[in-house]
Design a protein around this ligand. Structure first.
Ligand SMILES: [Zn+2]
Length: 277
């Protein structure tokens, strides 16, 4: 019997996306327990103010993009990632360095004229924010907005969100930042955690349950630590709380940095972090 949740590209181009159909199409009917290694490709490691770095963004398994900074299209191009492979996008806060590249990414998808279906996750007010920035970029009522109605699924996240992402199930991690902002925890044999922009907050430790690979903002290392965590926070508060196989990757930095601290690595654009998942 034909599965009622299965949709063809023709159907998809006519009907708005719904969450169940999206999950069925991209994940199948259930999760595979024997999940393969997870790849986290660093597209950029720069903070809002930086010296010649690509802005902070990464993509998991070539399909789950996190952040759409102003230079996201260039970063994707440099890493030979086709925009049609992006199935879902996570935006952590509505700050320009995390979403001002979205209109140009959407424009590339729109121009492909292919039956894409993309899930977009972001904080409260997501659809208004996205509509607003597309209006600013291309003028009011650009056809891209109608196209997005059919090809995009908008999902607001909050501090209680548990949902599919990157072929697993994430839970959001609230950040302590000047605007609403969420990282996430993706459990596995080795957990993957993304701590987006945040000052150091001891509550972050509550999300560490296993050996973990943590990608985190340490923009405060250059003295900006009233808004961002710093290398010193990692050394004093985070590393002592981690299991022996855990690693911390620093990102969202101001300039090229190398670490002399064991288990702390500065993520670099183009690098792939492989996680036993
Ligand atoms: Zn930022």
């Amino acid at each position: 019997m034909k599965d009622p949740l299965q949709t063809t590209p023709e159907m998809r181009s006519k009907s708005p996306l719904d969450k169940q159909a999206w999950s069925q199409q991209h994940y199948g009917s259930g999760f595979n327990d024997a999940r393969p290694l997870m790849n986290v490709k660093i597209l950029g490691n720069g903070g809002a103010l930086n010296e010649g770095l690509r802005f902070n963004a990464f993509i998991i398994n070539g399909q789950s993009l996190v952040e759409t900074p102003p230079d996201i299209c260039s970063s994707l191009y440099e890493n030979a990632i086709k925009v049609e492979n992006i199935q879902e996008i996570f935006i952590s806060p509505f700050h320009g360095d995390h979403y001002f590249g979205f209109p140009y990414l959407a424009l590339k998808q729109f121009a492909l004229k292919k039956p894409l279906s993309v899930r977009l996750l972001g904080p409260r007010g997501l659809k208004n924010r996205i509509t607003g920035i597309i209006d600013l970029a291309f003028g009011d009522h650009h056809p891209i907005l109608d196209w997005m109605e059919e090809h995009y699924l908008f999902e607001e996240i909050d501090e209680n969100t548990r949902c599919n992402f990157a072929q697993g199930q994430i839970s959001t991690v609230p950040m302590n930042h000047i605007v609403e902002n969420y990282g996430f925890r993706l459990p596995g044999k080795m957990d993957f955690l993304y701590f987006s922009d945040s000052i150091w907050d001891p509550r972050l430790l509550e999300y560490i349950k296993n050996d973990s690979t943590i990608l985190m903002d340490i923009n405060g290392s250059e003295g900006n630590n009233s808004i961002h965590a710093s290398e010193r926070d990692v050394v004093e508060h985070l590393l002592p709380a981690l299991g022996e196989n855990s690693l911390v990757y620093g990102t969202h930095v101001q300039q090229y940095r190398e670490s002399s601290v064991p288990k702390l690595i500065y993520a670099q654009a183009g690098e792939t972090i492989v996680i036993q998942h």
